[in-house]
Design a protein around this ligand. Structure first.
Ligand code: AMP
Ligand code: TRP
Length: 333
């Protein structure tokens, strides 16, 4: 492990994941585990910063873990942990909160957007404001060098860097200052019913996304109903052919065939024929993952064991940083 870059990343447990999450993020984490030291967290404490149902949270946490395991995260290679099972996260977050100016939190884009959406209906809670502090604690506890995230989380990683620097300046070098590791743009998957928008589960009709757990029939229906562009060529041109380009990216990712090769194969062929083959590639590409997922679903206990074991290993790493922090700020040791 010595000399390898350490990576921390996390996701909120939303239960279902779509092929955008898979192609844009999960596949890359699965690759990273071979030559990086990876700690990967299911962030249930972040999940409760917006209204939630307890039973659904528990189920989603398990299901998210199963999906990542089914997608190829290997608990022998990565530490797969659950945030609420490692108390160091909230402990460090408290401490970091004492060196965080309120104004910086109020300026965060995610906070502004979410507090606006919750607005009068649910009210904005302090936990939502403090979200980035907890995220900084997640990352800094493990002395992560790099944090793979989507575009929308880059601001939170920048925030993490500035807290780390502030702490290091005040108390002496304590934290590694992490860098955001942005996903490749090419794997950005757009909605099937509106290719100008990212594929996403929020505020979308079900036809816009394909879930990793969708049945072959559901996948067939959704691709059949997917919007296409005017004209009939099958070529990659996101400006004039956004819908077909999106299907080409999906096809290419699941089949492993380069887009140029697909363009050649489908020159002169119809949208219908093309869509049938996209469908086949997606169904075949997801089959191994779905098979593994079904096996894990039958064996909840082994998943719980993997998570508990991962959280224990994570806690041992986190404890070292936390002890150093406590000593530096003057707590009795
Ligand atoms: P979210 O659930 O939106 O927070 O996304 C979790 C991860 O999946 C992030 O790293 C996102 O960048 C990635 N992701 C989400 N939607 C897409 C998409 N449509 N295309 C590519 N990556 C995505
Ligand atoms: N905020 C991230 C998201 O919504 C999830 C997250 C929580 C995270 N803690 C993290 C990501 C630490 C990277 C590192 O997607």
């Amino acid at each position: 492990m010595l000399g390898q870059q350490r990576i921390f990343s996390g996701i909120r447990p939303s239960g279902d994941l779509h092929i955008g999450n898979y192609l844009g993020a999960i596949k890359q984490w699965v690759k990273l585990q071979d030559d990086h030291e990876v700690v990967f967290g299911i962030m249930d404490e972040h999940a409760i910063t917006t209204p939630h149902e307890p039973a659904a949270l528990r189920e989603n946490t398990l299901e998210t873990a199963m999906l990542y395991l089914a997608a190829g995260l290997d608990p022998e290679k990565v530490i797969l942990m659950v945030q609420s099972q490692v108390s160091a996260h909230t402990e460090l977050a408290w401490i970091l909160g004492t060196i965080t100016p309120l104004g910086e939190l109020e300026r965060m884009t995610q906070f502004k957007e979410k507090s606006h959406t919750l607005g009068a209906k649910e009210g904005t809670m302090a936990g939502l404001l403090n979200y980035p502090i907890l995220m900084a604690a997640d990352i800094l506890l493990y002395q992560a060098d790099a944090v793979p995230v989507g575009e929308d989380q880059v601001q939170h990683v920048e925030f993490t860097r500035s807290i780390a620097e502030r702490f290091n300046n005040r108390y002496g070098k304590t934290f590694t200052v992490p860098k955001a590791m942005l996903e490749r743009e090419s794997a950005r998957i757009m909605s099937l019913d509106d290719p100008s928008k990212k594929m996403s589960k929020s505020g979308e009709s079900e036809r816009g996304y394909i879930l990793l757990t969708d049945s072959p029939d559901a996948i067939r229906e959704k691709i059949k109903a997917a919007v296409t562009d005017s004209g009939k060529e099958i070529k990659y041109d996101p400006k004039s052919k956004p819908a077909i380009s999106n299907l080409l990216v999906i096809f290419s990712e699941f089949s492993g065939k380069p887009i140029a090769e697909l363009e050649d194969t489908y020159a002169g062929k119809s949208y219908v024929e093309f869509k049938n083959d996209v469908t086949r590639a997606v169904i075949a590409g997801l089959a191994p993952l779905q098979q593994k997922f079904k096996e894990l679903e039958k064996d909840n206990d082994s998943v719980l064991r993997i998570l508990r074991d991962g959280s224990e290993r994570a806690a041992a790493m986190a404890q070292k940083t936390l002890a150093d922090v406590k000593e530096k700020i003057g707590f009795l040791t």
